[in-house]
Design a binder for this molecule. Structure first.
Ligand SMILES: Nc1ncnc2c1ncn2[C@@H]1O[C@H](COP(=O)(O)OP(=O)(O)OP(=O)(O)O)[C@@H](O)[C@H]1O
Length: 536
């Protein structure tokens, strides 16, 4: 009897998003502070007694990392959690991402943790590197970027409480925030900052588990799972877990929209598994129904018209290796029953054969369909879903990991067959457009767009004219549906974007979304968003 694989679940991003709001139980009120001479904070909108404690919370997370004095405040959780879950995933930290070097996209990207950091100075250097220095009690992150478009002393980011401000230091090529040239400007969560032709992104509070390295440079770090890397801390944590699972003979189910990289990840898992046999990929949706069983399970000579010799079938072809069952949601019910037997018994009976053959195959299945809904509709076997779900991993859509765009572009250019692709350059306007596109077909769409654009640019700089209309004319959407998303990650992004647009006015956000103010407040609390962060 084959042993049943243990049912493991990864820490889900949605789950991380649920548990992150720590706030003082009794927040004493303090007078509103002024920033940049632009008026009192909190004026005109929802009063914000917790403002200064947001600052302390950010500090607190960072202090433990830097072994400095920690905030000594009582805290309550917004939701009850078991102790072990709290320690594993209960904090959010601010980050600065180097998203893209437009004059050398092959450099990929990097992320730097801003916890405990009071200021950032940005200037040109021989390579991308970061150091942290203490200057009179203030902790400064010194970021060097290898780009001729960046001046030696280009810009600095200064933290005032939880708010960040960008100041250009009289640079030659200037600094922009969300495409607009500025000399001094407040920075909000998700803002794109351009220093010369290097694009950075600020994220105010990303969930981290505590396991991952806080700074990460794609140029100096190998991916956890071969061929697939992310700078997003939560995704990176999930990938590290997947890398551990990859080494064990656990049946794995990969879920995600089309083009998110499920096959790339499956190949990466096979490479990590140490299994000597081949990686055999089968598109279950493309197998003709009449031949499906013989193609999967093999057949013996003469078992049907046209069966002129014994064939092992895909499952036995993967002996000692990995069988990747893509589009598993499209597998007909009768084949599902036979596959279930294979997974349970680890034996294959070829079509027309009498004796089962033992197989040693690690199965990874993938789908972009909601298998649980298919189960409810009777289209997919619940027992097969349970068998396949020894471990489940969900790949996020590209629009939810936009910080990774430069890393992916770098990877795709380095691997491209187009002459000159590894040294291709992008105009900053192209980078802005790529970063605001919603990528409905995910990395596959990015790969196609890039391949054509680089070919059209003929070794020069990729300009807007080299991008397809689908990218240059598509409206910039908050979510593909246009309304509020049901995905926690997307919903958070949408709320942040709306709060930015309405300068933290919760009533306005409630009005434009057709939701109650109470609901908007509930979501903000759940996602650790504070309206004050969006007021000028
Ligand atoms: N992490 C990555 N880095 C670079 N390229 C990637 C990455 N992930 C995917 N790609 C590229 O994107 C394309 C789509 O990837 P893949 O086929 O793995 O997606 P998928 O999720 O399996 O798609 P589908 O559901 O349509 O089968 C491929 O050409 C692949 O090379």
């Amino acid at each position: 009897m084959a042993r049943r694989a243990p049912l493991l679940r990864p820490r889900r991003r949605a789950a991380l998003d649920r548990h992150v709001v720590l706030h003082p139980a009794r927040a004493p009120r303090r007078a509103p502070r002024r920033h940049g001479g632009r008026g009192a904070r909190g004026g005109g909108g929802v009063p914000s007694p917790r403002r200064d404690h947001v600052d302390e919370r950010h500090h607190a997370a960072g202090e433990s990392r830097y072994h400095r004095a920690t905030m000594n405040q009582p805290v309550t959780m917004t939701e009850e959690l078991p102790e072990h879950e709290l320690s594993a995933r209960s904090h959010r930290l601010p980050f600065l991402f180097v998203v893209m070097h437009c004059d050398n996209p092959s450099l990929g990207g990097a992320r730097y943790c801003l916890s405990g950091v009071d200021g950032i100075t940005i200037g040109r250097g021989p390579s991308r590197e970061v150091s942290r220095v203490d200057e009179g009690g203030a902790r400064t992150l010194v970021l060097r970027l290898p780009s001729p478009s960046v001046s030696k002393a280009h810009a600095r980011l200064v933290r005032k409480g939880a708010a960040w401000f960008l100041e250009d230091l009289g640079s030659k090529n200037g600094s922009c925030v969300n495409g607009e040239r500025v000399s001094r400007a407040p920075i909000q969560d998700g803002d794109l900052i351009e220093v010369g032709s290097v694009v950075l992104r600020h994220r105010a509070a990303l969930p981290v588990s505590g396991d991952e390295a806080l700074d990460l440079d794609s140029a100096s770090r190998a991916p956890e799972v071969t061929g697939y890397m992310s700078l997003d801390p939560a995704i990176a944590t999930d990938l590290a877990a997947l890398a551990r699972v990859a080494r064990l003979p656990i049946t794995t189910l990969l879920l995600g929209e089309t083009g998110t990289g499920k096959e790339v990840l499956a190949k990466g898992m096979h490479a990590l598994s140490g299994r000597r046999g081949p990686f055999v990929a089968v598109n279950c949706g493309a197998l003709p129904s009449s031949l499906l069983e013989s193609q999967l399970f093999g057949h013996v000579r003469g078992s049907f018209t046209g069966a002129q010799r014994d064939e092992p079938g895909y499952i036995r072809s993967a002996e000692g290796g990995t069988l990747f069952l893509d589009e598993i949601g499209d597998m007909p019910l009768h084949a599902q029953a036979a596959l279930l037997r294979v997974l349970q018994e680890r034996e294959v009976v070829p079509v027309g054969g009498a004796r089962p053959t033992r197989v040693d195959v690690r199965v990874i299945a993938a789908t972009n369909q909601p298998l649980d809904t298919l189960c409810l509709e009777g289209e997919f076997r619940t027992d097969l879903l349970a068998r396949l779900s020894g471990y489940q991993h969900t790949l996020p859509p590209l629009r939810e990991r936009i910080e990774d765009l430069g890393l992916l572009i770098g990877d795709l250019l380095r691997r491209s067959n187009i002459p000159g692709a590894p040294s291709a350059r992008l105009s900053v306007r192209v980078a802005r457009r790529l970063l605001s596109h919603t990528w409905p077909l995910n990395i596959r769409e990015l790969e196609n767009v890039l391949t054509v654009a680089v070919a059209l640019a003929e070794g020069g700089v990729v300009e807007l004219s080299n991008l397809p209309e689908s990218v240059t004319t598509a409206p910039v959407q908050l979510a593909p549906s246009g309304g509020l998303s049901s995905s926690p990650g997307e919903l958070r992004e949408q709320l942040v974007s709306l709060l930015q647009k309405h300068q933290g006015n919760v009533s306005s956000v409630a009005r434009v979304t057709g939701k109650s103010r109470m609901q908007i407040h509930r979501w903000m609390q759940k996602f650790g968003i504070h309206p004050d962060d969006f007021r000028g």
